[in-house]
Design a protein around this ligand. Structure first.
Ligand code: GLU
Length: 515
């Protein structure tokens, strides 16, 4: 067990767009840690920035987590004893804590307009609203009390700023990074609340909620590390014990330097979102792992290893194994390169563990999108195709690219193969082959193979030429799994029909054959 108190963690996304794959990893680590410790996981919607609210984002988050098997114990939909779980519904709570800081002189009211702040920034390089500048600004510390009262009575918009004393060393204890000490001089008097929309900012709402929701561990991305010193000061100002901080390493670009971005996905052709997302304003569609044919188990496994490793060489781990093995102490400090090729490899591995029947049912919609009605192909037939091809695919949709010929007879024949294998005497040889096939008692792969090979040998034909011409006739090119496995599946009639068609259609003297 992690500590005496029950472990409680939260995933606290802002509904400002689709959940990024890095956010999914954060959610996953929270989940693994909670489950491992018999704790609880909260999903809190941090929607205090009304300017950045995007419709559909909250539903997207719920759907993505459900798809991946990340189960939430308390949240907007799940309920719980610490709700509401949406910050925009907790205004009264934040107002109360904002007042408390004001009453205790730990925060103050500021009236500076956006224009005034702009002017201050223009006048002073690296302007920061802090001890060195605040007395030159318009706030409840610099203005006479009467003036402050008048402005408030008039309903002037204001913000509440946190009063930061300079020259203090602030210690942040991070589980992954250890002790990080920062001097308060680098912090500005952060805005905690805005009267205009009667809402707190992220910092106040975040720490008030973590405290009230009894969160024991704050596990989040490294991009939030710079906020941690301020949060430590806020906990101190309220006289609360801070939770343990765990800042996860950044996800880095697959190539080059810097943080993984949506543009890397567009540039290199991989999704950075769990599910497809259509931007409600522009209609632009961003691809998702689900729609790109990834299995959720593969995505979970792949993400789990971006920033953590089990300390042994094991790579394929399902959710239960991950829960058992996961450890915050084995998370890396340095960023994790986002190796999307490895993601494909995981999907390939998980497809091998998927039954042929399941693959068949995943494949049917893909097939229908290519040929329309697929009812003439049984589930058993599709499972047979999956069995022959699964070792070669990274995605279910590859079954179509690799195995189109299982569903439609070739209409064209690879010209290179024709040139190489379809000699002028080949049509006659294929006629002979048809006779051999017609006379066969068993059509099973293992029975058909020795009969055909025996015939080739008895006739003194060139094995490679004849077998490749056979393959070319049935498949349209010289690729695919074992020839007699293909013919067993597509059947005797269809095999012979394709041979007849090839004899008729492939003309060694045509341009196709020569070019
Ligand atoms: N609302 C923040 C986000 O969007 C939460 C950061 C945190 O976990 O404290 O990620």
């Amino acid at each position: 067990m992690e500590n005496k108190n029950k472990v409680r963690v939260r995933f606290a996304p802002s509904p400002t767009g689709p959940l990024h794959i890095g956010g999914v990893r954060t959610a996953l680590y929270n989940y693994l840690f909670a489950r491992q410790n018999g704790g609880e996981m909260i999903l809190r919607i941090e929607d205090t920035d009304s300017q950045r609210f995007v419709p559909g984002a909250e539903e997207y988050i719920n759907e993505a987590l459900a798809w991946l098997g990340i189960k939430i114990d308390e949240g907007v939909r799940e309920g719980g004893d610490f709700g509401p779980y949406k910050q925009s519904e907790r205004r009264d709570i934040y107002r109360k804590y904002m007042r408390r800081l004001l009453d205790e002189g730990k925060a103050y009211i500021a009236f500076d307009t956006p224009g005034e702040l702009e002017a201050a920034r223009a006048a002073t390089p690296n302007f920061q609203y802090d001890a060195s500048t605040r007395m030159g600004m318009r706030n409840s510390l610099s203005l006479p009390p009467k003036e402050v009262k008048r402005l408030l009575d008039e309903g002037t918009n204001y913000v509440v700023r946190f009063l930061i004393e300079p020259g203090r060393d602030i210690e942040v204890n991070d589980r992954i990074r250890g002790k990080v000490t920062v001097n308060s001089i680098i912090l500005d008097d952060k805005v905690l609340y805005k009267s205009a929309d009667d809402l707190p900012t992220y910092h106040l709402a975040n720490i008030v909620d973590d405290h009230l929701m009894k969160v024991t561990h704050v596990i989040r991305g490294e991009e939030w590390l710079p906020s941690a010193p301020l949060h430590v000061l806020l906990y101190e100002a309220f006289g609360w014990k801070a939770p343990e901080f765990v800042h996860l390493p950044l996800l880095l670009k697959p190539d080059g330097k810097g943080k993984l971005s949506k543009r890397d996905g567009d540039r290199l052709g991989f999704p950075v979102f769990p599910l497809e997302w259509t931007d409600p304003k522009t209609g632009a569609v961003s691809s998702g792992y689900r729609e790109s044919g990834y299995l959720p188990e593969a995505v979970v496994n792949f993400l789990a290893l971006l920033g953590w490793n089990p300390g042994d060489n094991e790579e394929i781990m399902d959710m239960d194994t991950l829960i058992a093995k996961f450890s915050l102490d084995h998370c890396s400090r340095s960023g994790a390169r986002f190796d999307f090729e490895k993601g494909k490899w995981f999907n390939h591995k998980y497809l091998q563990n998927t039954t042929d029947q399941e693959l068949a049912s995943l494949f049917r919609p893909v097939l229908e999108s290519n040929i329309g009605d697929s009812s003439s192909f049984s589930d058993k037939y599709l499972a047979g195709v999956a069995a022959l091809l699964k070792g070669r695919i990274n995605f279910v949709k590859d079954l179509w690219e690799q195995g189109r010929y299982f569903f439609v007879a070739p209409e064209e024949y690879d010209p290179k193969a024709v040139r190489k294998r379809w000699s002028p005497e080949m049509p006659a040889v294929m006629e002979e082959l048809i006779a051999v096939l017609e006379g066969m008692e068993s059509w099973k792969s293992a029975d058909a193979e020795p009969v055909v090979l025996g015939w080739i040998e008895a006739k003194g034909y060139h094995l490679g030429n004849v077998m490749n011409a056979f393959r070319l006739s049935v498949v349209g090119e010289c690729k695919g799994p074992h020839m007699f496995d293909i013919t067993e599946l597509i059947g005797k009639e269809e095999t012979i029909r394709r041979l007849r068609r090839a004899i008729e259609k492939i003309n060694p003297n045509s341009d196709e054959a020569k070019s």
